[in-house]
Design a binder for this molecule. Structure first.
Ligand code: ATP
Length: 228
């Protein structure tokens, strides 16, 4: 029997209209591992997440997913505008009822916003609600596309803390994308750096910081200077 993994990517290539964008590119995440796909804007990070999530099956290679649900959190929160935050969560099959949705939102500091419509709350609050929606199905694998991009400093800190706390609690395998090296160091166990056209894996490095050390911006800054 094959050993159980959180995620195995063995991508030979991905093209758009004959133009190669990704691959060859291979890596494996252990169950519960948190890794970051780091690379410049436009390099193909979102494309790889779409392949893993199964939104795009037009690629050459294999992607082996863990048993269980897969959840994806997009850059744009993608909440239904005519539903409240709690309703947006409760309508996902397997997410539970409105009271569970409210409880999840409360854990994310959104108790007072649970019955608000998305347009009435900030982008940071919408992102946190979208994260709650992903976590509501207890995913085995969670994919996060630039979870902190375009947030103001206070929202960034709230989202970062929520991500850490929820990933600690759920134990889900997580792969997130970012173009920000400090963010990669502050959030994940392992940094997978992709670059080039088509993009390939340039570096696969463990984070030099423990999960506790990552809470300290000074340690993140020191690690950043040593690593990049
Ligand atoms: N559906 C598509 N059709 C054609 N080209 C696409 C499509 N989706 C993405 N691309 C191209 O593939 C490349 C990779 O895009 P992708 O969005 O994956 O990059 P990214 O690293 O996630 O960038 P960003 O950080 O800006 O989101 C870009 O050149 C983009 O224009």
């Amino acid at each position: 029997m094959a050993p159980m993994t959180g995620l195995t990517i063995d991508l030979r290539g991905k093209s758009f209209s004959g133009t190669p964008v990704l691959g060859p590119l291979s890596f494996t995440l252990a169950p519960g591992e948190r890794a970051c796909l780091l690379g410049p804007s436009g390099i193909g990070k979102s494309t790889l997440l779409s392949l893993i999530a199964g939104f795009d099956r037009a690629y050459d290679g294999t992607i082996a997913l863990p048993p269980g649900r897969i959840a994806m959190v997009f850059q744009a929160p993608r909440l239904l505008p005519w539903r409240t935050l709690a309703q947006n969560i409760a309508l996902i099959p397997g997410a539970g009822d409105l009271s569970r949705a409210r409880a999840l939102l409360a854990e994310a500091g959104l108790a007072d916003a649970a019955d608000q419509y998305p347009e009435k709350v900030s982008l940071g609050m919408q992102r946190r609600a979208a994260l709650c929606r992903a976590l509501a199905v207890s995913p085995a694998l969670i994919l996060l596309d630039e979870p902190l991009v375009s947030l103001d400093p206070a929202s960034t800190e709230q989202m970062r803390a929520l991500l850490r706390r929820t990933l600690d609690l759920t134990g889900a395998t997580a792969l997130l994308t970012t173009h920000d090296r400090r963010e990669a160091l502050a959030l994940t166990d392992r940094i997978l750096e992709i670059d080039g056209r088509p993009a390939t894996l340039r570096h696969d490095r463990p984070s030099p910081l423990s999960r506790d050390d990552r809470l300290d911006p000074q340690r993140v800054e020191t690690a950043y200077r040593e690593m990049f």
